[in-house]
Write a protein that binds this ligand. Structure first.
Ligand SMILES: Nc1ncnc2c1ncn2[C@@H]1O[C@H](COP(=O)(O)OP(=O)(O)O)[C@@H](O)[C@H]1O
Ligand SMILES: [Mg+2]
Length: 421
C-alpha cells in the first residue's frame, strides 16, 4: 500500500517539476533561440512563447519591435537609394570628407572628374586629389570653419571648375568634415572671354576711323591756307572712313539681331536659280572692275529652298564680297547649288589668294582676319563670315570652308532641305 502512495507522490513531484519548468524555464529557452535567430537575420515563424502570460506578452512585444525595425530598415534603404539617385543625377562633382581628410561620400561626377571609379569610402583624399588649389580650401575650411570658393583647373587641364567648400560643424563649433561641390564653369569663362575680346575688338575698330576723323577735322579747322585739292582729299578720306564705320555698324547690328533671343526667320520657298540670278545682277560692276567671270550652277528642277530670303541674300552678298575681294584679276568665281540627302549645299568658290590651313578653322570667328591691314584696306570688317555662320545656324544648318593657299577657296553653306523648323 505504501509504495502506491509514494508512487503517486513521486508522480506529483515530477508533474510539478515538469509544469514549473514549462512555466518558467521554457519561455527563457524559447526566447533565447528566438533572439539568436533574429540576430542571424532570420524571420521566426512564431513569436508565441509557452509559459505564463508575461512571457507571452514579451513574445508579442518582441514581434512588434521586429516589425518596427524591419519598417525602419526598409525606410533607411529607400532613403539611401534616393540619396544615391540624387547624387548620381548631379552633374556637379560632390565630395564629403571627414576631419581626417578621408572621403566619406563622393558621387559619380566626382569620380569621373578625377578619373577613378569607384572610390571606396575611407580613401584618403590625398590618394585621389593632388592639386593643392583644391586641397588648400578644404584644409582651410577644416581649420577655420567657414565656406570657401576657389577656381581650379580640372585634372584633364581643360575644364575650369569652381569648387565650393562648406564645413560641416559639430556641436563644439569645430569642423567635423567638409562638403565640396565641383561645378564646371568652362563655358561661362569662355563666354566671358569672348565677350571681352569682342568689346576690345569693337573698340579697336572704332578707334582708327575716329582718330582719323579727329586729325582731319583739326586740320580743316586750323588750316586757313589749304588749297582746294587738299581740302577735297581730306573730305574723301573722311567719306571713306565714314563709309567703313557705316559698314561696321551695319554688320554689328546684323550680328546683334542674329544673336538676340528674338531672332526669327521669315521663311518662304525660294527658287534658287531665280534668286541667285537676281542677287548677282547687281554685282556686274564690281566683277568687271577686276575682270572676274561669275558662273551660276543650279541643276534643273532644283527643289525650292525653305529659307529667309533677306538673310539668304546677306549670305550670298558676304560670300561673293569675299570671293571678289580675295580674287586675282581675271579670276573665275563659281556659285554652285547641290541637293544632298536631306540637305541643300550652296557654295561659292574662287581662284584667289586662298587661306593657310592654320587660319582656315578660325575664319568664321568674329573679327578674325588673316591679314588685318589688307582686309581693312579692302573695306572688310572681319564680321562677314561670322554673320554667314550665324544665319546658317539659325536655319539649323552649318558652314564649311575648304582652301588651298595660293589656289583658291570654297565656302559652303549647308541648310536642311525644307526640314520642319
Ligand atoms: N574667299 C576668300 N579667300 C581668301 N580668304 C578669305 C576668303 N573669305 C574669307 N577669307 C579670310 O577670312 C577672313 C574673314 O572673312 P570675313 O569674315 O568676311 O571678314 P572680312 O571683312 O575681312 O572679309 C578674311 O579677312 C580673309 O582673311
Ligand atoms: Mg568679308
Amino acid at each position: 500500500m505504501h509504495w502506491w502512495i509514494a508512487a503517486i507522490a513521486l508522480l506529483l513531484v515530477v508533474a510539478a517539476v515538469f509544469f514549473l519548468q514549462r512555466l518558467y524555464r521554457r519561455p527563457w529557452q524559447e526566447l533565447e533561440s528566438l533572439l539568436t535567430r533574429i540576430g542571424r537575420g532570420e524571420q521566426p515563424r512564431t513569436f508565441l512563447l509557452t509559459g505564463t502570460a508575461p512571457a507571452r506578452r514579451v513574445g508579442l512585444a518582441l514581434e512588434q519591435l521586429l516589425v518596427r525595425q524591419r519598417e525602419l530598415d526598409r525606410q533607411v534603404t529607400k532613403d539611401a537609394a534616393e540619396v544615391r539617385t540624387v547624387f548620381g543625377a548631379l552633374t556637379d562633382g560632390l565630395l564629403v570628407v571627414d576631419s581626417a581628410r578621408h572621403i566619406s561620400i563622393c558621387n559619380p561626377a566626382f569620380e569621373k572628374l578625377y578619373g577613378q571609379s569607384p572610390i571606396a569610402t575611407g580613401t584618403p583624399l590625398l590618394d585621389i586629389v593632388r592639386d593643392s588649389d583644391v586641397l588648400e580650401p578644404i584644409r582651410a575650411a577644416l581649420d577655420e570653419p567657414r565656406p570657401r570658393i576657389a577656381e581650379v583647373l580640372a585634372p584633364d587641364r581643360k575644364k575650369q571648375l569652381q569648387v565650393t567648400v562648406v564645413p560641416i560643424t559639430g556641436n563644439d563649433g569645430k569642423a567635423a568634415g567638409v562638403v565640396a561641390l565641383f561645378h564646371d564653369i568652362s563655358r561661362l569663362k569662355q563666354a566671358d572671354e569672348i565677350r571681352r575680346d569682342f568689346v576690345a575688338n569693337v573698340s579697336h575698330e572704332l578707334r582708327t576711323p575716329l582718330s582719323i576723323f579727329h586729325g582731319n577735322l583739326e586740320t580743316l579747322l586750323e588750316g586757313g591756307d589749304l588749297d582746294e585739292n587738299e581740302t577735297r582729299h581730306i573730305y574723301e578720306v573722311l567719306k571713306r572712313h565714314s563709309d567703313r564705320l557705316n559698314l561696321l555698324v551695319n554688320d554689328l547690328l546684323s550680328l546683334a539681331g542674329l544673336e538676340s533671343k528674338e531672332a526669327n526667320l521669315q521663311l518662304s520657298e525660294i527658287n534658287l536659280r531665280n534668286f541667285l540670278a537676281d542677287v548677282t545682277r547687281d554685282w556686274a560692276k564690281r566683277l568687271a572692275g577686276k575682270n572676274l567671270s561669275l558662273e551660276l550652277q543650279v541643276p534643273d528642277n532644283f527643289p525650292a529652298v525653305l529659307a529667309d530670303e533677306r538673310r539668304l541674300e546677306e549670305v550670298v552678298h558676304n560670300l561673293l564680297d569675299n570671293a571678289v575681294q580675295y580674287s586675282h584679276q581675271n579670276g573665275r568665281i563659281l556659285i554652285h547649288a547641290g541637293a544632298l540627302d536631306q540637305e541643300i549645299v550652296l557654295s561659292v568658290s574662287d581662284e584667289g589668294v586662298g587661306i593657310a590651313p592654320t587660319d582656315l578653322p578660325r575664319i568664321f570667328e568674329r573679327f578674325y582676319r588673316v591679314d588685318r591691314a589688307r582686309s581693312r584696306e579692302l573695306g572688310g570688317t572681319g564680321l562677314g563670315l561670322s554673320i554667314v555662320k550665324h544665319i546658317a545656324q539659325l536655319h539649323r544648318g552649318r558652314v564649311e570652308a575648304e582652301s588651298i593657299l595660293g589656289q583658291g577657296t570654297t565656302i559652303r553653306v549647308i541648310l536642311p532641305n525644307a526640314a520642319p523648323l
